[in-house]
Ligand binder design. Structure first.
Ligand code: NAI
Length: 475
C-alpha cells in the first residue's frame, strides 16, 4: 500500500529540507527522503552542506584559526603561550560533533513541522494518476505517491580524469575534512572556494601546501582588485599558488601522490605530496534517481533542466539547488526551495539572482554581491567606485586584523549600488548589509547617510559608500 503525500521532496540538503519545511508551513502533507548515513548508519539529513561542506569546513576553519592565532598572533597582544600543540583527531571529532548537532536539528525541525522523513534512496517509479510513484530503498522499503515532487539531490565532487577519488590519497571535500593527521606536504588542484578553504585549514595546522590552478588569473570570477589583495595575503601566509598550469598524469603510490604539471611558461614540473585534494568544481547528482522512467529532462552536464521558476519538463516536478543551473551555494538552494514550496501553494515565490552573496571563509575572508568592476566594464556600464581600507578602521586596528578593504560600485548616473566586494575581517557578516541595500535598490548615498555603530567594521562599508562620492572622513 503506497503512502500518499501532497509534496515529496527528494534530498534533505539545504534546498530539500527547507522546501519541505516551507511546504508543510503552508499546510501541505509533506514527505522528505534522504539517504545520507552517519557513521553508525543512522540518518544524517542536511546534505553536502551539513555533512561534508559548509558546516564541517567552518568548524575546522575556526579550530585551525585558533591554533594559528595562538601560535603567531597572541604574542602581539602580550599573551605568551608555552608548549602549544594540537590534536588533529580531536579537532576532527569536534567537527563531527558539530555536524551531528546540525543533523539532529533538521530531524527535530521535521518533527516540529510534521514533515514525514524517510531514510533511504528515492527514485522515480512511474507517473500515476495525479502524480508520481516514488520508491524508497533503504532501511525500510516504501512506495510513496506525491502530487508534486521537488528534486533536490545536490552535486558530487568532480574528479580529475585518470585520478579517481579514493579518499585516502586522492581526496574530495569529504576526505579533505576527515584527515586525522596533518600531511607534511599537501597538494591541491583548483584554487577555487574549496581549494582555498581546505588549503588554509591544513596550512594553519602545519602542512606545506601547494595549489595548482588552471586559469591564469587568481579567483577570476572575483573583482580583480579584491582577488589581488587576497592573493597577496595568502602568499604571505605561506600558501604556494601556481596559476595557469596544466595538470598531467597523477600517480598514486602507497606513500604519496606525484602530479606531473606544466607551469605558465610551459616548463614541465613534478609535485610530490603526501595527499592530494582535487577541488575542480562539482557535478549535478542524479545518480539512482531513475529520471528516464518518467522522462525527466537532463542537460549535457547531467543537470536537471528547469525554467526560471524551477519547473522541469514534467508537470508537478520541480528541481532546486546544485542539481539545476546557477551557483552551487547552499543559500541559493534554500531560496529556490522556499520559492518552489510557495509556488506549489499558489503563492508567488521569488529568487533574485542578482543579490546572491558569495563568501570564501579564508583569512582574510572574501565576500561579494552584485557585479565586479571587470563585469561592469564588459557590460559597458558607467560606474563610480569607492574603496576604504580596514587599515583606517579603528575596530580593525583594535582587533589586530587590518588586511583588506571594502569596495563599492555604484551607477554613475543614478548612484544605485551595483556591487560590493570585501576582503578582510568578518567579510561574511559585513556583506549582509550590502545584500539588503541592493535588494532595496539603495544608492551609495543611502549607505553613506545611515548611522553605523562606532567602533565597528561596518563603518568601513559606510566609508566605502562615502568614497564613491570622494568624501571619506577617516582616510
Ligand atoms: P570552484 O568552481 O570554486 O573552483 C574550481 C577551480 O578549479 C577553478 O578555479 C578552476 O579554474 C580550477 N580548475 C578546474 N579544472 C582544473 C584543472 N583540470 N586543473 C587545474 N585547475 C582546474 O569549485 P570548488 O572549489 O571545487 O567548489 C565546488 C563548489 O562548492 C563551488 O560551486 C562552490 O561555490 C561551492 N562551495 C562553496 C563554499 C562557500 O560558499 N564558502 C565553500 C566550498 C564550496
Amino acid at each position: 500500500m503506497s503512502k500518499q503525500f501532497d509534496v515529496i521532496v527528494i534530498g534533505g540538503g539545504p534546498g530539500g529540507y527547507i522546501a519541505a519545511i516551507r511546504a508543510a508551513q503552508l499546510g501541505k502533507n509533506v514527505a522528505c527522503v534522504d539517504e545520507w548515513k552517519n557513521a553508525k548508519g543512522g540518518p544524517a539529513p542536511g546534505g553536502t552542506c551539513t555533512n561534508v561542506g559548509c558546516i564541517p569546513s567552518k568548524a575546522l576553519l575556526q579550530s585551525s584559526e585558533h591554533f594559528e592565532q595562538a601560535g603567531h598572533h597572541f604574542a602581539d597582544h602580550g599573551i605568551t603561550v608555552k608548549g602549544l600543540s594540537m590534536d588533529a583527531a580531536k579537532m576532527v571529532a569536534r567537527k563531527d560533533a558539530v555536524v551531528k548537532q546540525n543533523n539532529d536539528g533538521i530531524l527535530y525541525l521535521f518533527k516540529k513541522n510534521k514533515v514525514s522523513f524517510f531514510h533511504g534512496r528515492a527514485s522515480f517509479a512511474k507517473a500515476v494518476d495525479g502524480g508520481y510513484e516514488i520508491k524508497v530503498a533503504g532501511a525500510a522499503e516504501e512506495t510513496l505517491v506525491g502530487q508534486q515532487i521537488i528534486v533536490a539531490t545536490g552535486s558530487n565532487a568532480r574528479a580529475l580524469p585518470g585520478a579517481p577519488f579514493d579518499e585516502a590519497m586522492v581526496l574530495s571535500n569529504e576526505g579533505a575534512l576527515a584527515l586525522t593527521a596533518v600531511p607534511k606536504k599537501l597538494g591541491l588542484i583548483g584554487s577555487g572556494v574549496i581549494g582555498l578553504e581546505m588549503g588554509s585549514v591544513w596550512r594553519r595546522l602545519g602542512a606545506e601546501v601547494t595549489i595548482l590552478e588552471g586559469l591564469p588569473d587568481f579567483l577570476g570570477a572575483v573583482d580583480q582588485q579584491i582577488a589581488k589583495e587576497a592573493q597577496k595575503a595568502f602568499v604571505k601566509q605561506g600558501l604556494k599558488i601556481e596559476l595557469g598550469v596544466k595538470v598531467g598524469d597523477v600517480k598514486v603510490g602507497k606513500k604519496g601522490v606525484s602530479v606531473a604539471w606544466t607551469n605558465a611558461k610551459g616548463e614541465a614540473q613534478m609535485l610530490e605530496v603526501d595527499k592530494l585534494i582535487v577541488s575542480i568544481g562539482r557535478v549535478p547528482n542524479t545518480t539512482g534517481l531513475n529520471a528516464e522512467a518518467v522522462g525527466l529532462k537532463l542537460n549535457e552536464r547531467g543537470a536537471i533542466v528547469v525554467d526560471a521558476d524551477c519547473k522541469t519538463n514534467l508537470p508537478g516536478v520541480w528541481a532546486v539547488g546544485d542539481v539545476v543551473r546557477g551557483p552551487m551555494l547552499a543559500h541559493k538552494a534554500e531560496e529556490e526551495g522556499v520559492a518552489v514550496a510557495e509556488r506549489i501553494a499558489g503563492q508567488h515565490g521569488h529568487v533574485n539572482f542578482n543579490t546572491i552573496p558569495w563568501v570564501i571563509y579564508t583569512s582574510p575572508e572574501i565576500a561579494w554581491v552584485g557585479r565586479t568592476e571587470q563585469q561592469l566594464k564588459a557590460d559597458g556600464v558607467a560606474y563610480k567606485a569607492g574603496t576604504f581600507p580596514f587599515l583606517a578602521n579603528g575596530r580593525a586596528r583594535a582587533l589586530g586584523d587590518t588586511t583588506g578593504m571594502v569596495k563599492m560600485l555604484a551607477d554613475a548616473a543614478t548612484d544605485e549600488i551595483l556591487g560590493v566586494h570585501i576582503v578582510g575581517p568578518m567579510a561574511s557578516e559585513l556583506i549582509a548589509e550590502c545584500v539588503m541595500a541592493m535588494e532595496f535598490r539603495a544608492s551609495s548615498e543611502d549607505i553613506a547617510r545611515i548611522c553605523h555603530a562606532h567602533p565597528s567594521l561596518s563603518e568601513s562599508t559606510k566609508e566605502a559608500a562615502l568614497a564613491v562620492d570622494k568624501r571619506t572622513l577617516n582616510f
